[in-house]
Design a protein around this ligand. Structure first.
Ligand SMILES: Nc1ncnc2c1ncn2[C@@H]1O[C@H](COP(=O)(O)OP(=O)(O)O)[C@@H](O)[C@H]1O
Ligand SMILES: [Mg+2]
Length: 333
């Protein structure tokens, strides 16, 4: 059986545009765990792929770094990957934990990779009856040849924090939007605009395997919920969102359906538009923002689970990702 974890490696930073956001998430998580009495090793992945353990720079190349960090990974009870976006949330760190048999907070490689891909997320969602906005994925190389009618949102298939996302209201704006998105991904999603309230739903899988969702949260943004609004403190949230019982039930049902379809672990945040015809899934975050002021902790606080309690529960629910291991089935580990 899994022992009660005592030591946790908290990884922050990462090599993508959400580096700073990840640092903030990781610092908050590390502090909460330290305060709760855990032995915490803070690890940072630089924008250049060089890892640091505390202040100590590990190696001179990413490969040397990884080699140097592996012993720490081998000794820690749990890894908390507070790295949003590519080379983190996309399953990369989950893969490292699978290969080293390290217990991980959050989703495995498959859920992380699909959740990070807005095109694949759409396919999964539609296949389990969760609606998404009509859209299509194009290769950045096809940029010259797009037919387009009406307003669309153009976004990188895999990005975060609204980087590279544009609202295009007439054809003249399209090429700039495509070029902007192409700075972040080789694949670009062109999607119909959904004009509706934006509601986030969190789902958690606890250590005992039970899953539940705290009250949803509404984001008040005029137009696109853009990068500046996300981090300049001007974002307005209402939690619990003001919803009818039916609206709330439909949102939570769809969020849980996606959580299960992807096989998520730990906590995931599903972001919806709430239209007159019900929820439309916008995107899935398998490692959502995790400071005390981020959406997910706010939703749990509204359910009576405060920030230290949430982080501790996530650590307790950590499991070794990867294939079902036969010895675990026999209960010998
Ligand atoms: N199809 C859409 N219709 C209307 N607004 C959208 C649409 N897609 C994205 N947005 C707006 O852009 C914001 C960022 O897009 P999103 O897909 O969530 O990217 P990110 O992963 O960077 O958060 C959303 O919060 C929403 O305000
Ligand atoms: Mg988003």
């Amino acid at each position: 059986m899994n022992s009660i974890p005592e030591s946790v490696i908290v990884v922050g930073g990462g090599e993508n545009e959400e580096h700073e956001v990840s640092l903030a998430s990781a610092a908050a998580v590390a502090e909460a765990l330290q305060d709760a009495g855990y032995l915490v090793d803070p690890v940072t992945i630089g924008r250049d792929g060089i890892w640091r353990l505390g202040e100590q720079v590990l190696g001179q190349t990413p490969a040397d770094s990884l080699t140097a960090v592996l012993p720490a990974l081998g000794h820690a009870d749990v890894l908390f990957p507070a790295v949003h976006g590519l080379l983190g949330e996309d399953g990369t760190l989950a893969a490292l934990c699978a290969l080293t048999h390290t217990r991980l907070v959050g989703s495995d490689l498959r859920a992380g990779a699909i959740g990070m891909d807005k095109g694949l997320t759409k396919l999964v969602a539609e296949s389990v009856g969760v609606r998404t906005a009509p859209g299509r994925v194009i290769a950045a190389a096809e940029i010259g040849a797009i037919d387009f009618e009406g307003a669309v949102v153009v976004k990188p298939v895999s990005s975060g924090s609204s980087y590279g996302v544009s609202l295009v209201q007439d054809a003249a704006q399209l090429s700039d939007a495509l070029r902007t998105a192409a700075l972040f991904d080789r694949r670009i999603l062109i999607e119909s605009v959904v004009r509706a309230r934006e509601i986030d739903v969190a789902v958690i899988r606890e250590a005992d395997g039970s899953c539940w969702a705290p009250p949803p949260l509404e984001i008040h943004a005029s137009g696109v919920f853009d990068t500046d609004t996300k981090y300049d403190g001007s974002a307005q949230f209402t939690v619990p969102a003001v919803l009818t019982t039916d609206e709330s039930a439909a949102l939570i049902r769809d969020a849980r359906t996606m959580f299960d379809a992807l096989g998520c672990r730990g906590v995931a945040r599903m972001d919806f538009f709430l239209t007159a015809d019900g929820p439309v899934l916008n995107e899935v975050n398998t490692m959502p923002g995790m400071t005390a002021f981020s959406q997910v902790p706010r939703m749990f606080a509204a359910a009576g689970v405060d920030y230290p309690e949430l982080i501790t529960r996530l650590v307790h629910g950590a499991t070794v990702p990867g294939p079902v291991r036969q010895e675990a089935l026999r209960g010998t580990t």
